[in-house]
Design a protein around this ligand. Structure first.
Ligand code: 6PG
Length: 227
């Protein structure tokens, strides 16, 4: 487990989302003041939706936000199961971030082509200002799954045989996801308890391979906290 992670145990998923939203907006204010823009990597799955809906109501200079995706599922554009579709419906369609500053993964082109294209996008973006990540029941994060091996120097991976449908995906690498000023994990729900326990016990899960220089912040609700 990342030795200097900061664990924030909240009673409910709503409180997790509220606290994470506050930290994201504070990080954005600092980035805008210090660097003139805010480079945010969005998490996939369902957990972040509450955060995205809160962000959609926030007051900030959206013209200076740059949006990336930690991973994407290889499905047709507009498919309801795409991470970018959820983020757009819950957040991006509601705010005035310039379209040229939203870097969607072209996952409809298939893992190899999309990963190759996204490597260039990630190379031009690093370091990120804030990375958001979820965690699966098996300790995966983004589309980095247990037992999967990827070339160490790749910034984005083509993913096959994902245990979580769909089987083909694209993921930013652990190293690139770690190259960020701040990083937040969002973990809620009883189904995550076992993976959280194993992570805290030091098992080498994919979630443990994310190692930013600064402490990661883990926002977790009571249901996900190991009994
Ligand atoms: C995906 C996500 C994945 C997700 C976890 C948690 O494409 O599925 O990137 O890493 O964050 O599986 O998913 P939930 O938030 O739905 O539990």
């Amino acid at each position: 487990m990342q030795p200097n992670s900061r664990w924030h145990l909240m009673e409910t998923a709503d409180q997790v989302a509220e606290a994470a939203c506050r930290q994201i907006l504070a990080a954005a204010a600092r980035a805008l003041a210090e660097r003139g823009r805010f480079k945010l990597v969005l998490a996939g799955g369902s957990t972040p939706e509450k955060v995205y809906r809160l962000l959609a109501k926030a007051e900030t200079d959206w013209s200076k936000w740059h949006i990336y995706y930690g991973d994407e599922r290889c499905l047709p554009e507009g498919h309801a199961d795409r991470n970018s579709v959820m983020a757009t419906q819950a957040f991006l369609a509601e705010v005035a971030i310039p379209a040229a500053q939203i870097f969607t993964i072209s996952a409809e082109l298939g893992p190899e082509t999309a990963a190759e294209r996204y490597r260039q996008t990630v190379a031009e973006a690093l370091p990120f200002d804030m990375v958001l990540l979820g965690m699966g029941e098996d300790g995966h994060t983004a589309s980095l799954f247990p037992g999967h091996v990827h070339p160490r120097n790749e910034l984005a991976h083509a993913v096959y045989n994902s245990p979580k449908p769909p089987p083909e995906r694209v993921s930013i690498s652990a190293g690139a996801l770690s190259d960020t000023h701040e990083l937040i994990f969002l973990i809620t729900g009883k189904s995550k308890q076992d993976a959280v326990r194993q992570w805290r016990q030091g098992l080498e899960l994919p979630v443990a391979s994310i190692a930013p220089n600064n402490p990661a912040d883990v926002y977790i609700d009571r249901d996900a906290w190991p009994a």
